[in-house]
Design a binder for this molecule. Sequence first.
Ligand code: BGC
Length: 461
Amino acid sequence: MADAAETGRPAFPPEFLWGCATSAYQIEGSPLADGAGVSNWHRFTHTPGRVRDGDTGDVACDHYRRWREDVALMRALGLRAYRFSIAWSRVLPAGRGRVNPQGIAFYDRLVDALLENGIRPMVTLYHWDLPAALDDRGGWLNPDMAGWFADYAQSVFRRLDDRVESWTTLNEPWVVSDGGYLHGVLAPGHRSLHEPPVVAHNLLRAHGAAVQAYRAEGRNRIGIVVNLEPKYPATQHPEDLAAAARADAYMNRQFLDPVFLGRYPDELREVFGDAWPDWPQDDFALIRQPVDFVGINYYTRSVTRHDPHAWPLRASGVPQKHATRTETGWEVFPQGLTDALMWVSERYHRPPIYITENGAAFYDPPTAANGRIEDPLRTAYLRAHLRAAQAALRRGADLRGYFVWSLLDNFEWAHGYAKRFGIVHVDYATQQRTPKDSARFYADVIATHGAALAAEIRGAG
Ligand code: BGC
C-alpha cells in the first residue's frame, strides 16, 4: 500500500492516538482469581436465562493469563494506545475498604508492559462490572455509590497515575441505566421506570466525585465516555420532531448536558413523568466538574418516529430499507459519526474528543487455507468511519484519537460469544488469536497516519 510520502499529506495529525479498546469482564476470564470479589456480571451470567446460550465471562479470552501475548499482538499491529477497564472487584473485593494487592498488581504489570512496548494506556474505571457486595447495598440506586466510587478511583489513581496519562470514569452510563434498570437486559436486570433516573443521577454524581478526587492528587487527564446515536426525525411532522427530541435527550444529552451545562434536558420530565424526581441543585455543582476530554462511542444512528406504544419514550426507530446492517442489526451510517462529533463540538464548546469505541460485529468466514480471515465488511466499516472522523477534523472538531472496538472477539454481554467485534479473531476452544484482514488494514492506517485514506478522500473530491 502507498505510504505517506507517495500520497502526500497524511489524513490525520502525527500526534493522533491510534488504539483499540476492550473491557475487563469481556476479555479477562478468571473472575475470582487471586482474591477477587464476585461482580454483578458474574452473578448475572450465572443466572439461567440471562445470557444467550448460558455463556459467561468465566474464561472469555483468558486475557488475565495471556496478557503478555496480547500486548505483543498490540505491538505487532503498531497500536499507539490501548483502552482497557479495571475490574473494581479485583481491586476492592468487597467494593470498598480493603485493597486486594494481587488485584491491583495485575493492572500494574499490564501498564508497565504496555509502556515498555510504546503503547499508551487509557484506563476506564467502570465498564459495567460492579462488585456484588455493592449491588447488595442497592448498587447504583444507593446515593453512597458516589463516595464509594471516588474511594475506589483514588486507590487506583494512587497506584497507576504515575504511568497512566488518560483516565475515564464511566463507560456509557446510559447503557447502565437503560439496559440494567429500565429494560433489564443487562446486569443487574431490573425493569423499572422509577429506577433509571436515580441510577443515572448517581452515576453522574459518582463521575463528579471521582473527577474531584483526581484533581486533588492526579497529574494527568480525566474524562467520561458516552455512547452517542444521532436521532434523525423520520418526517418533519411535529410529532416525529418531538419524538426525535425525546430520544435525543434520553440517549445523547442525559449525561453530557449535566457534565458540561449543569442541567438535565427538559424532555426527560416528559419521558419519565411522575418518575422524574426534583434534584437538589447542589448535585449539579458536583456533577459539573471540568473534564479534560470526552470519549465518544459511536456505532449507529436512528431515524426516529412518534410511536405511542414504545415504552417509555413514545419514540421508535424506523428501519431504513436499503441500509447495510451489522450482525447486531445496527445500520451502518458513517455520516452519523461526523454529525455526532460536530454536535458535541458545537454544543459543548469544542472539548478535546477521542472516539473511544467504533467497530462492528460481522460474520467471519473460517480461516482460509493461507491462514487469513477475510472480513471485508468490517474493513469497509472501519474505512468509512475513519473517513467520517477525518471529515469532522477538517470541519474543526478537536479530535485527538480513535479506538477500534475491539481488539479481540469477546464476551458481548447478553449476546454471549455469538457476536464478534474483534479485528483479531479468537478461537474460544484453543484461545488462538488470528489477526483478521481488518487488523491488517488498521495496522496500515496507523503506520501511514491514514495516508491511503487521504488519497481516497482527495479522489472523492
Ligand atoms: C460497549 C461495549 C460493547 C460494544 C458493542 C459498547 O456499548 O462499551 O462493551 O461490547 O458497545 O456492543
